[in-house]
Design a protein around this ligand. Structure first.
Ligand code: ATP
Ligand code: MG
Length: 370
């Protein structure tokens, strides 16, 4: 038997879990200042007072979800008087489902599925908090989904004014927004109670990506499976899209590619071969972070191979009723996110016109928009 070949029951992965995207890594580096601010905001809760509300904001794959999971682990290790509740708003996009999740965390079972009003659920929660002197820290992750459903003001208002339902009920809110621009607006009435400390999660630079992925490689693969050159290639791709997730996914897929050929080491070709698929992970999360009108515009572009900027504006206005400035801003955002590309044609009756083109397959985009 050739020792260079992997036996069917052998693997190059020492710890395959490290390459799953929902894994909370032990090594969480380059987020010290964000973690410090998070802890500072929650600290009042450890003394029995209301925590400071937080708004975490930053592009996909910058450690927002991971950072909050780390914080919550820490809270659960030190006290049972502060209960952290993590809510994924993509699957819980209404006030009722958000509060059902809180209820479930506190009482270890869901509220009865029919005939119970939101007010009953809310009352039971706030009563429990007041009686037991427990402080809640609620993380609303991917809060953009509440905006899509028009439920954001409702949810924030109910959480932030819990003490009005029941004096003694204290709830802090950590809102997590995947965003590459600025947009995040609550009703001014809600905003005036929310008053969050804003924590920015910027993109990782090349050195940081290298450091994080290098650690993943050391912990996740057996020695000598991944050479420095292969790590470099993975970092290059992750950096190209500015998304750490692509790097982690590339490591997993190229590892599987190597195993499929019974190789004991990963080659640069394995990485290249995995890139087309890993790139789509980036697309999935990127589309998740878009606002409604950005999704609409992208959908319009994806219906056609290419379209001139002028025709596109007409279609956008017809569909949304929005004016030119908003169209222009929205298109610019899609350009910045590298979702679309623009070119000038040689023709056009009144000079050259701008052509808009997709940078991903139309089908891949449409699948993820629906
Ligand atoms: N500083 C870090 N150290 C190690 N791993 C990290 C770090 N930051 C992020 N990761 C890893 O990158 C992946 C994406 O991170 P995370 O889910 O926290 O991103 P996010 O900011 O919540 O993105 P999104 O806005 O798309 O939800 C995860 O698999 C996580 O383990
Ligand atoms: Mg996240």
């Amino acid at each position: 038997m050739d020792k260079k070949l992997l036996m069917w029951d052998e693997t190059i992965f020492k710890d395959p879990d490290l390459f799953e995207l929902d894994h909370v890594p032990e090594y969480f580096a380059h987020r010290d200042s964000q973690m410090q601010t998070l802890m500072y905001c929650v600290k009042p809760a450890l003394r029995g007072t209301k925590p400071i509300n937080v708004q975490c904001i930053g592009p996909p794959g910058t450690g927002k979800t991971t950072g909050v999971h780390k914080l919550f682990e820490e809270i659960e290790n030190v006290t049972s008087k502060v209960i952290p509740v993590y809510i994924n708003c993509q699957s819980n996009a209404t006030r009722y489902t958000v509060f059902s999740q809180i209820y479930k965390k506190l009482f270890k079972h869901s509220p009865p599925s029919s005939g119970v009003s939101f007010h009953k659920v809310n009352e039971k929660i706030t009563q429990y908090l007041a009686d037991e002197e427990i402080i809640l820290v609620v993380a609303l992750d991917d809060v953009n989904y509440l905006f899509h459903e028009g439920e954001h003001d409702n949810v924030f208002y109910s959480l932030l004014r819990a003490h009005e339902t029941n004096p003694g009920a204290r709830i802090g809110v950590i809102s997590i927004l995947s965003d590459t621009g600025t947009g995040f607006h609550l009703d001014p009435k809600v905003e005036s109670v929310f008053l969050p400390e804003v924590i920015k999660f910027p993109r990782y630079n090349t050195d940081e990506i290298l450091d994080i992925l290098d650690n993943r490689v050391k912990m996740g693969f057996f020695p000598d499976v991944v050479s420095a050159g292969v790590v470099e290639k993975v970092v290059e791709y992750a950096d190209l899209l500015g998304d750490l997730r692509v790097g982690i996914d590339l490591l997993k897929r190229s590892g599987l590619n190597a195993e499929r050929q019974a190789n004991r080491t990963i080659s640069v070709e394995d990485v290249n071969g995995a890139y087309e698929s890993s790139k789509l992970i980036h697309l999935t999360y990127l589309l998740k972070s878009l606002k409604k009108e950005e999704k609409t515009l992208l959908e319009l572009i994806s219906n056609l191979e290419e379209i001139t900027a002028g025709e596109l504006y007409k279609a956008f206005r017809e569909k949304t009723g929005l004016a030119y400035t908003r169209y222009y801003e929205t298109l610019e955002k899609l350009l910045v996110l590298k979702l679309v590309d623009t070119n000038f044609t040689g023709k056009g009756t009144r000079g050259r016109s701008r052509i808009i083109k997709l940078r991903y397959g139309a089908e891949e985009i449409q699948k993820r928009l629906s």
